[in-house]
Design a protein around this ligand. Sequence first.
Ligand SMILES: [Fe+2]
Length: 177
Amino acid sequence: MSAPVPTHAPARTSAPTAAELLDFALRTAADPEIIDSLPLDPEGRTWIRLDGPGGSEAWLIGWPPGTGTGWHDHAESRGAFATARGRLTEHSLTVRLPSEGWRTLELTPEVDRTRSLGAVTGRAFGEHHVHEVLNESDSEHAISVHAYYPPLPLIRRYSRSGAVLRLEHVERPADWQ
Ligand SMILES: [Fe+2]
């Protein structure tokens, strides 16, 4: 008896890389049928959960003008995001921060980076990536696609005052229901 022949793509045997997550985010951002399925609210962000590749956690997010995430990280998850409509600004840090054992850190000036991501552009990031994402437009809604692997176990939220980054609280999936 011969081995069964798969009728579709074989099950993947390895976790998705950050590059694969970015590829997914970019392909999804370029798919108008998916992007147009997101309801938009002028007053606040909206989101839909998507099936990401290889068991990753993926989201479609709508950003009214002037909205943003605040500074946060994604713990041990790597990820990627891509703008589908409008333009998003990402402020990020080039340094990898210690994950535990600190409450405030003084950042040196050279660690700050800013990216402006129009449609259809994106970026991948590794674990412990610290950033904030903003729609700085005063008139245009933005839509983006995000993917994380492993699925987010927690998010650490920070405040930023000049060079000082302060850990404010840790959110877990139960907080997002
Ligand atoms: Fe993020």
